[in-house]
Design a protein around this ligand. Structure first.
Ligand SMILES: *[C@@H]1O[C@H](CO)[C@@H](O)[C@H](O)[C@H]1NC(C)=O
Ligand SMILES: *[C@@H]1O[C@H](CO)[C@@H](O)[C@H](O)[C@H]1NC(C)=O
Ligand SMILES: *[C@@H]1O[C@H](CO)[C@@H](O)[C@H](O)[C@H]1NC(C)=O
Ligand SMILES: *[C@@H]1O[C@H](CO)[C@@H](O)[C@H](O)[C@H]1NC(C)=O
Ligand SMILES: *[C@@H]1O[C@H](CO)[C@@H](O)[C@H](O)[C@H]1NC(C)=O
Length: 544
């Protein structure tokens, strides 16, 4: 197959200016032991650990799940006052606000609540202080729709919030009514104990994460910037949804001088970028298919797709890639890696090509070192005996840390340029409105992208304290490891205000919790309890 990939592979972004190096030993701080407000331990080990609290939590989480706060694509435009359809779609969000109000009275009594852009909620706990810097806990109240085609495949109806004594079932039971409810449960419990934080704490709940957060998280950030003058790095820590703890079975655990290492808490410190690419081929030779050109728009769009697929983006691994941090933690604290792999890792600059080759056998890990691309939609033609005047294809890309929106769009443009030349088509970034006489047609590219996120440093008070809190709640057999996300969260809007941005769900991943956005989303109530305890201790941890 003719391929020009080699000639354009030089168009790469290069390393990030700021190099972060991960600790080869994957140092773990001691579990956090509070020295202040010791009386709170009693509540943690008493009420929050009791069967009564479990069933209370199942009921409260269930109540949240039962309110169908669905984000539909049609709601991307944001809330409008006059549109009755829009108002109807947003009714569940108002119901959700009222539900929080009635279930968590102390939060509503003692925290300052601001409703932003009609449906986002921001709570401020404590007077506004900039020293120490505030922290912000995030979650989103919206969920993805239930696919009609699978609605009857649910073991329990998606908005029933059925509790079987062990698990709560339903859309949002994980993503992310679980973290939202865990946050407010923890805060309410601390308020009941008359705890007052010395550091300002923000709770931020957006209504539209599933449709990219334009009307929620984006507006919350703007509000924090304008109302509280929170600038770059103004928040000490931001925590939002992310990876979980994963159990590693005992055989592959090396370092077991105590009880054996059991779980890896994967803290997301970065997110890949994102891009939707729309390629449209237009030709003015539409007409009867008895006199066709050698290539119709459909033929050309197909050529473009196969060219892009045959020239996949190159993998690369820079010292700041969080995957390297994850691998170092696995290397230091498990037997998962072979002696040879560990050796490569120790000298990763030298053995980078070997590591990259090895990673190809692990698609999940491989996605951390390369931009992925998928042709997801193709459209063209209306009639079997008519030449299609236009055809388009949509690609979805997830941009690796060593690339950028610009480098990806340049690479794609470079791949398509020769095809455009070959067919005498103009390559444009704009829609051609008035084609001139000798116009043969065009290939139009539209790129809609989000840069890869900044990488949060692991050498900060915030990372250290977060790790210590995780080890307090899940035990010293837990290894906190830097990790990366291939999906995006509402924190995409927080880069300008957060110093340390983390994405983490504090529960142990099991089969049920692996399933979000699909049928039978469910979470075990014990996972939910640990999540509440985690936020409870995290707030204490950042108060000392
Ligand atoms: C907050 O700081 C004050 C004075 O520094 C101290 O007396 C109080 O105990 C602190 N509160 C908490 C909850 O740590
Ligand atoms: C880990 O623990 C198991 C069982 O407790 C023991 O048999 C094994 O030798 C230990 N491994 C190491 C490396 O200490
Ligand atoms: C892609 O581009 C075509 C033509 O410009 C347009 O009709 C189509 O709606 C676009 N699709 C998306 C998802 O942007
Ligand atoms: C259209 O195609 C013809 C050859 O088929 C070529 O000579 C001409 O330059 C093309 N026009 C444009 C605007 O590219
Ligand atoms: C929770 O959902 C998962 C995924 O569908 C399923 O495998 C599991 O059986 C469910 N949990 C229980 C207790 O049935």
């Amino acid at each position: 197959m003719f391929c020009i990939c080699a000639s354009i592979s030089i168009i790469y972004f290069g390393g990030s200016a700021e190099q972060v190096f991960y600790d080869e030993k994957c140092y773990q701080p001691d579990p956090f032991i509070p020295t202040k407000n010791i009386e709170l331990d009693e509540r943690l080990n008493g009420h929050l650990s009791s069967p009564q609290f479990q069933s209370l939590l199942a009921t409260r989480l269930g109540g949240a799940i039962q309110i169908p706060t669905i984000s539909f694509d049609s709601m991307r435009g944001g809330p409008t006052k006059s549109d009755s359809v829009d108002i109807e779609l947003h009714k569940p969000f108002e119901a959700f606000h009222r539900y929080l109000e009635s279930s968590y009275p102390l939060i509503h009594e003692r925290l300052e609540k601001t409703v932003i852009n009609k449906y986002s909620l921001l709570f401020r706990w404590g007077e506004l202080r900039m020293d120490p810097k505030p922290i912000m806990l995030m979650a989103h109240m919206d969920v993805v729709p239930v696919d009609e085609a699978t609605a009857d495949k649910w073991t329990h109806p998606p908005f029933s919030a059925h509790f079987d004594g062990e698990r709560v079932w339903g859309r949002g039971s994980v993503d992310t009514k679980l973290s939202l409810i865990s946050i407010v449960e923890a805060v309410e419990a601390l308020l009941e104990s008359n705890f007052t934080p010395n550091r300002t704490i923000f709770l931020a709940f957006g209504p539209d994460e599933e449709i990219s957060g334009y009307n929620g998280a984006q507006m919350i950030t703007k509000f924090l910037q304008s109302k509280y003058e929170i600038g770059k790095g103004g928040l000490e820590m931001i925590l939002d949804e992310g990876p979980t703890l994963a159990l590693l079975n005992d055989e592959i655990v090396a370092n077991n001088e105590s009880n054996g290492v059991k779980s890896f808490a994967m803290v997301g410190i970065s997110e890949k970028g994102y891009m939707d690419l729309n390629i449209t081929v237009t030709m003015n030779n539409g007409g009867h298919s008895s006199l066709p050109p050698p290539h119709t728009t459909i033929g050309i769009i197909s050529e473009i797709i196969t060219t892009i697929e045959n020239c996949p983006p190159k993998a690369d691994l820079y010292a700041n890639n969080p995957l390297l941090g994850s691998l170092m933690c696995l290397s230091a604290h498990s037997n998962l890696l072979s002696a040879r792999q560990k050796f490569w890792l120790e000298h990763f600059e030298r053995f980078k090509p070997f590591i990259l080759t090895e990673l190809r056998s692990y698609p999940i890990l491989d996605a951390f070192v390369k931009t992925t691309q998928a042709a997801d939609i193709i459209h063209g033609g209306i009639k079997v005996n008519a030449i299609p005047t236009f055809a388009y294809a949509l690609f979805n890309m997830r941009i690796a840390l060593h690339e950028s929106v610009e480098s990806v769009s340049k690479r794609i443009t470079a791949l398509i340029t020769p095809i455009a030349k070959k067919h005498n088509l103009e390559l444009t970034n704009q829609v051609n409105i008035h084609p001139h006489e000798d116009y043969n047609g065009s290939i139009h590219l539209s790129f809609d992208g989000l840069e890869p996120s900044p990488i949060t440093s692991t050498e900060t008070f915030a990372y250290n304290r977060l790790s210590a809190v995780i080890r307090r709640v899940f035990g010293h057999d837990t290894i906190v490891t830097p990790f990366m996300m291939t999906a995006n969260t509402d924190t995409r809007w927080s880069w300008e205000i957060g110093e340390s941005i983390f994405r983490f769900n504090a529960f142990i991943k099991d089969e049920g919790s692996a399933k979000v956005h699909t049928v039978d989303e469910n979470c075990s109530i014990s996972a939910a309890v640990s999540f509440v305890k985690f936020y409870h201790e995290l707030i204490r941890g950042f108060n000392e």
